[in-house]
Write a protein that binds this ligand. Sequence first.
Ligand code: ZN
Length: 414
Amino acid sequence: MIPPPGRPRRKNPVLRTRVPLLPPRARSRAALGLTAAAALGCLELQVCTRCNRVQYPSSEVCRNCLSGELCWRKQSGEGELLSATRVHASHEPYFRERAPWRVGLVRLDAGPTVVAHLHAACGPPPGRVRVGACLDKAGQGVLVAFPPQEAPNMADDRELREMTCDPKFRKALVTDGKTPVGRALVRALIGAGAEVVWVGHAEPWKKSAALADIETSAEATLIPLDVTDSRSVRQAAAEIGGKIDILINTAEVHRAHGISSRDGVEVARAEMDVNYFGLLRLAQEFGPALRARGADGPSSAVAWVNLLSIFSLANYPPHGTFSASKAAAFSLAQCLRAEMRPGGIRVVNVFPGPLDDEWNQALPPPKLSPEALARSVVKALQDGVEDVYPGDVAQEWLTRWRENPKVLERELSL
Ligand SMILES: [Zn+2]
C-alpha cells in the first residue's frame, strides 16, 4: 500500500525553473500503435494475422513467420512478474534526476516477456501483475505493471504521477464557469483534491445566480476572462498564467443551425470567435508559461484540456456551423499538442456526444449530463489519457467513423 502523500512543498520562487527533461521519445513508425492505444487508455500489442503470435517489441514483420500482415489488438495485460529491480544509475538525464526508478520483467499470459515500469504497490516477484499502457512525460506509450487488485492511493505512486495529470494538489483554471459543464467541472476538480480552481467569467459586472456557489467556495476563485477579447485573455494570463498547472477550456458557443437555415454569418462568426479564436487566444497567452513549468517538481504544470465535440470528426448538418467551428478547434488543438509536448504538457481533447442542454433539445436521447462529462474529464486527467469520448453516442460515432468516415458522412446527411 502507498501511504497517502502530503502536500508537496512549494517551489522556491528565487530558484530557476529547470529545463524540462523528457524520457527518450524516439519510436519507429511500427511502435506508434502502442502510443495510439495508450492515448485512449488501452493496452494493444501487435498480433500476426497468419500465425496469431503476439509480439513485443513491435516490428515491421512477424518474428515467428516473417509475415508482414500484422494488426494491433487489445490485450488484458495479465502476467507473471519474473524479477524486479531499482535503477539507481542511468545514462538518460530524465531518469538520472528521478532515480531510484523501479522496473520489472513481466511474462505476459499472451506470450511475450516485457520490461515495464513497476508500480510501488506491486509485491516482490514472483507474483501476478496487470500490465497497462500509459503515456510518459514525452507523450509516448510505455508499459506499466500494476498490482492485480486496486490498492488505496494507487494514483499517488511517484512513477505513475510522472505519467498522469492528477488534479490532486494542483491549481486549475476553468475558462468559463457560467455554463453547466463549467460549474460541474469546478465541483469535480475540487472533489478530486485540486488546491485552487480559478473560474473565468466573461461579464464580471453582472451578478449571476449561476456563480453564487462558486463565490462562496473556499477553493474556487472567480477571475474576469472573456476569450473573445485579446486584452482580457492577456490580463488574466499576466495575473495567474504562471501558477496554473491544468487549464480546461470550457468556453463554447453552440447554436443549432445549418447553412441554409439562417441568413448571414453572425452566428457562425460568434461560434468561430469563441470555439476557435478563443482557443487560439488562450494558447498564445497561457501556452508559453504552462510549457515552461512542466518540470516544476511533483506538482508541475501538466495538462491543457479542450472541450471539443464528437461533431469535430464528422459534420452533423443540423448543427453544421457549430460542427465546422469544432473541427477547426480540433485541428488547432493538434497543433497545440505538438507545441506543448516538448515541455511535458499533455493536451487532452474531449469529444462528448450531444449534451443535455437547450441546443440539443431536438436530438433524441441518450444525452450526456454535465456531471458525467466533468467526471470523465477528471478521470482522463487521473489516468493520463490524451483523447476522451464520453458517453454512448460519442463511442458509437467513434466506432463508425473509424470503420468508414465516408459511410458516416452519408448516414448523417440523410
Ligand atoms: Zn506470424
